[in-house]
Design a protein around this ligand. Structure first.
Ligand code: NAD
Ligand code: MG
Length: 386
């Protein structure tokens, strides 16, 4: 039985990973981690009997520990606990379904302990790709993409010579505000931004999808995963979310992966690669679908995507500034402390102001994160527009 650990098991990707495991029945879950939802984590511990489970807060970990004292699961807490769960000796694959840069240290620790990574946590690769990718080669571990677009590209690369990639075409739904101008987006409230047309996901990525910052992060994620330059990555809007992404080769052939929008497919593909197991669920019905349409992305009204290309080209700590500013801005927007357009305005301001540094270490990346958060904190925040 394959043994896996899941960082962020109570979230959208975490619970869908456990659904896949529940259906397939031949994977053993050896570690689980969660931020704060200990009620849900307790249920998961009772169902999957992991050897270890980590919770972010020490206090909640203590409470959980009492509740599951009748089980053999060891409960740990904090970053130390997260790393212990990520490096559980028996784990072969770690699914990084945690959200944000908090994933950097445990992902690196898991790789150093020779675990393969099923990577959903794109923020880690965007900010520390220059450390993660060489480390994967050094340790001989695989990084298997879980993000649907990157899984589609990975599937479109099967049996092909990667040297012959001409470009990668990342598809995007365009989110709920596709076609709107900045003027029309001024009054957007949290409730509006949390409605994605095709996917049900965690709150942060749902906001990121609406601003197109998610696509910007994915452009940088693709650069690291597939070793291409940013000029080789093109974004195209495909509102039905049927084509999950494509690769164009030197001879002009374009290979794509299509399917209904269901994250269980890329999750299952990462867990069983290169096998394709039966996956219950809706299938594409082309006659009912009738058409798939395309548009160019609107880089003026959705400046997060243009900024992502800019920081991706700059490299160094610039992607960290972009990502850390976005994480903070989305948190403030969700707390209704800033308006919707302030999210990308704050990213733009931080990218322009925070000093650039080349080739940051993990410490350097976390310093830039702190610096960016402090910069935002110190600014006189614009009044919330909600
Ligand atoms: P989510 O918010 O639903 O879940 C996040 C998980 O991380 C939860 O288990 C939460 O408890 C845990 N967590 C959050 N903060 C933590 C902290 N400080 N310490 C420890 N644990 C913490 O998020 P999600 O939508 O599942 O996304 C997870 C990652 O996968 C993100 O990087 C996202 O960009 C990526 N992703 C998600 C989807 C999707 O469909 N949801 C698709 C592609 C990529
Ligand atoms: Mg995606």
């Amino acid at each position: 039985m394959k043994k896996i650990g899941i960082l962020g098991s109570t979230g959208s990707i975490g619970t869908q990973t456990l659904e896949v495991i529940r259906t397939q029945k031949d994977i053993e879950v050896v570690s689980l981690t969660a931020g704060s939802n200990i009620d849900f984590l307790e249920q998961q511990i009772r169902e999957f009997c992991p050897r270890i489970a980590a919770v972010a807060s020490e206090e909640k970990a203590r409470a959980l520990s009492l509740r599951v004292s009748d089980t053999s699961t060891k409960i740990v807490s904090g970053m130390e606990g997260l790393i212990e769960a990520a490096t559980e000796p028996s784990a072969e694959i770690i699914v990084t379904a945690i959200v944000g840069m908090i994933g950097i240290r445990p992902t690196i620790a898991a790789m150093e302990a020779k675990k393969d990574i099923a990577l959903a946590n794109k923020e880690t690769l965007v900010t520390a790709g220059h450390i993660i990718m060489p480390l994967a080669r050094k340790m001989g571990v695989s990084i298997l993409p879980v993000d649907s677009e990157h899984s589609a590209i990975f599937q479109s690369l099967n049996g092909e010579n990667r040297e012959r990639i001409h470009k990668i075409i990342l598809t995007a739904s365009g989110g709920p505000f596709r076609g709107k101008t900045r003027e029309q987006m001024k009054q957007i409230r949290v409730e509006d931004a949390l409605k994605h047309p095709n996917w049900t996901m965690g709150q942060k990525i749902t906001i990121d999808s609406s601003t197109m910052v998610n696509k910007g992060l994915e452009v940088m994620e693709a650069k690291w995963l597939f070793g291409v330059s940013l000029d080789q990555i093109e974004v195209v809007i495909q509102p039905q979310s049927v084509i999950h992404s494509m690769v164009e080769y030197e001879d002009g052939a374009v290979i794509a992966q299509l399917g209904t929008p269901d994250m269980k497919l890329p999750i299952q593909y990462a867990l069983y690669y290169p096998d394709r197991r039966y996956l219950p669920g809706a299938r594409l019905d082309f006659a009912a679908l009738r058409q798939i349409t395309f548009e160019a992305p609107d880089l003026e009204n959705f400046k997060g995507l243009a900024l992502a290309y800019e920081v991706g080209r700059k490299g160094g700590n610039a992607p960290t500034v972009f990502n850390a500013a976005n994480e903070k801005a989305v948190e403030l927007f969700l707390k209704r402390q800033i308006g919707y357009l302030d999210i990308t305005d704050l990213i733009e301001e931080c990218v322009a102001r925070i000093p650039w540094r080349s080739n940051p270490s993990v410490e350097g990346i976390l310093d830039t994160e702190r610096e960016t958060h402090e910069y935002i904190q110190a600014m006189r925040l614009p009044k919330g527009r909600n």
